[in-house]
Ligand binder design. Structure first.
Ligand SMILES: Nc1ncnc2c1ncn2[C@@H]1O[C@H](COP(=O)(O)OP(=O)(O)OP(=O)(O)O)[C@@H](O)[C@H]1O
Ligand SMILES: [Mg+2]
Length: 142
């Protein structure tokens, strides 16, 4: 795992932007971290890195928002309101774990307790006091 220490929302967005530039078709960015840890800020950066200029909001009510104006389709999910893999499948969201020619970014990924996505980029965000966040991530192997 790579560890990145962020000191501001802008640094978190900047890391996301670099990840978005590196993203390949089929990648799943799987975000975990407490309320306010910075998941949505990271998603904003990933979107920017993919050239998505739609406004990114937490899709808590819609569950998924699709952005088709970037280098690759971006599917933004927030699983906060779901309990487990059963709920996620019942909501018809399972297909986003294998996004084919697009990229998925999933907030509250820990709700998923089924088999891991094939091209997984796991990202853990932790409060470290004040504006400091520890962000650990692993890029997909291929
Ligand atoms: N280093 C940092 N990185 C990201 N956000 C930070 C940082 N320091 C302070 N913040 C603040 O923390 C909050 C992070 O909000 P954000 O919506 O990105 O979190 P989240 O993990 O998506 O939360 P939720 O689970 O409620 O959706 C914002 O208010 C932001 O300004
Ligand atoms: Mg959020």
């Amino acid at each position: 795992m790579v560890t990145f220490i962020s000191h501001s929302p802008a640094e978190t967005t900047g890391l996301g932007e670099r990840l978005g530039k590196a993203a390949q078709p089929g990648w799943v960015f799987a975000l975990s971290g407490d309320l306010g840890a910075g998941k949505t800020h990271l998603v904003k950066g990933i979107a920017r890195g993919l050239g998505v200029f739609h406004r990114i909001q937490s899709p808590t009510f819609a569950l998924v928002q699709e952005h088709l104006d970037g280098r690759l389709p971006l599917y933004h999910l927030d699983l906060y309101r779901l309990r487990d893999s059963r709920d996620i499948c019942a909501a018809g969201l399972e297909r986003y774990l294998d996004p084919a020619d697009g990229v998925a970014v999933i907030e509250w990924f820990e709700r998923w307790d089924g088999p891991p996505p094939l091209r997984l980029c796991r990202i853990l965000l932790e409060h470290q006091g004040g504006d400091v966040r520890r962000i650990q991530y692993d890029l997909p192997r291929d």
